[in-house]
Design a protein around this ligand. Structure first.
Ligand code: ADP
Ligand code: MG
Length: 256
């Protein structure tokens, strides 16, 4: 059954990404590891999606292909209308800088830099004027409740605070798509909930498309609209949380 949103928005009619029979195989000596093995799916703009599956099922490999951190061995990944296979190295770097934002289980902040410098870094790569950067970085830190910690280094912060800083960094160039790989995997449940609430807020108030990898089904059920299950590099099933509202509305089905 298809339930259309009461007030359709432009979000609900456009696709954020699409993969077509995408594969990422690794040749390890004699063995071929099919980390991602023929995955086709679509995610519409403003949706909140979880990729679920056991350890080794290919979740991170698939997310890295969408991020443009890695290239498929075959098949296509189209993000915001652009086939990543057609992009030059420079264009792919721009994709990573502007189209997608990433957060990782292990935060990946640069230890020698303050939070402010960490959050400013993607703007430096994006060649945003120096004079504008500090204000924008402070705003982003403020959004995640870290305004008072701007001058601190990551080691001076708790895990939850570090992940909040990495969220601020992921958002700084206003990406359309946020990719999160086990963002709560290193956090206790209180901090994990706080991070998930921020991510949900980015979806609802900024209309960001969220694709989150997790192996925790209960977490996905609380927050995401759509759960995609992987096993052995393949998409095996999909479930919808009908009560979860996202920027894309509260409809069933993957794509319009
Ligand atoms: P998940 O995130 O679901 O735990 P991964 O995507 O990390 O799974 O891994 C999927 C499979 O691909 C695993 O068998 C893993 O060992 C393998 N794999 C991942 N990255 C590499 C790599 N760089 N070289 C070889 N094998 C890899
Ligand atoms: Mg993983």
């Amino acid at each position: 059954m298809t339930v259309l949103p009461a007030t359709p928005t432009s979000h609900s009619t456009s696709l954020a990404l699409r993969s077509e029979n995408v594969c990422r195989h690794y040749q390890m000596g004699e063995t071929l590891i099919r980390a991602v093995d023929g995955v086709s799916f679509e995610v519409r703009s403003g949706d909140f999606v979880a990729l679920l599956g056991a350890s080794g099922s290919g979740k991170s490999s698939l997310l890295n292909l969408i991020a443009g951190l890695d290239r498929p061995t075959s098949g296509a990944v189209v993000v915001q209308g652009r086939n990543l296979a057609d992009l030059s190295r420079e264009e792919l770097a721009k994709h990573r800088l502007h189209t997608v934002g990433m957060v990782f289980q292990s935060f990946n902040l640069i230890p020698s830099m303050t939070l402010l410098e960490n959050v400013e870094l993607p703007m430096r790569f994006a060649e945003i004027e120096r004079g504008k950067r500090e204000g924008l970085a402070r705003e982003a830190l403020d959004r995640v409740g870290l305004a008072q910690r701007a001058a601190h280094r990551p080691s001076q912060l708790s895990g939850g605070e570090q992940q909040r800083a990495s969220l601020a960094r992921a958002l700084i160039n206003r990406p359309q798509v946020l990719l999160a790989d086990e963002p709560t995997g290193n956090l206790d449940s209180r901090n994990g909930t706080e991070i998930m609430n921020f991510i949900r807020e980015f979806n609802r108030s900024l209309g960001m498309t969220i694709i989150m990898v997790t192996h925790e089904r209960a977490l996905a059920e609380r927050y995401v609209r759509r759960m995609i299950f992987l096993a052995d590099g393949r998409l095996v099933s999909e479930e919808l949380n009908k009560d979860v509202a996202t920027a894309a509305g509260k409809t069933d089905g993957g794509a319009p």
